[in-house]
Write a protein that binds this ligand. Structure first.
Ligand code: SF4
Ligand code: SF4
Length: 69
């Protein structure tokens, strides 16, 4: 068995719609355009997520959870 290297990461992007107040900060600040707005934020393009944590840090409602899978 050769040594195995991790070559990519995949992230789950979850928004708790009950907590989201629709401030749009995550939509504006995500560098890879994961979110769209329709009253609440929604992770329309989760496959883009880099796991940078910017959205989690700036969401005042603590509505966003990023999980590495
Ligand atoms: S930053 Fe948080 S509260 Fe604001 S739109 Fe995004 S998920 Fe909703
Ligand atoms: S962790 Fe970074 S790349 Fe992923 S959705 Fe949040 S701001 Fe966008």
């Amino acid at each position: 068995m050769g040594k195995r290297y991790k070559t990519f990461e995949v992230y789950l992007v979850y928004i708790d719609a009950d907590k989201c107040d629709g401030c749009e900060e995550c939509v504006k600040m995500c560098p890879v355009n994961v979110f769209d707005m329709s009253h609440k934020a929604y992770p329309t393009r989760p496959q883009n997520c880099l796991g940078c944590g910017t959205c989690v840090a700036l969401c005042k409602s603590n509505a966003i959870i990023i999980t590495e899978i």
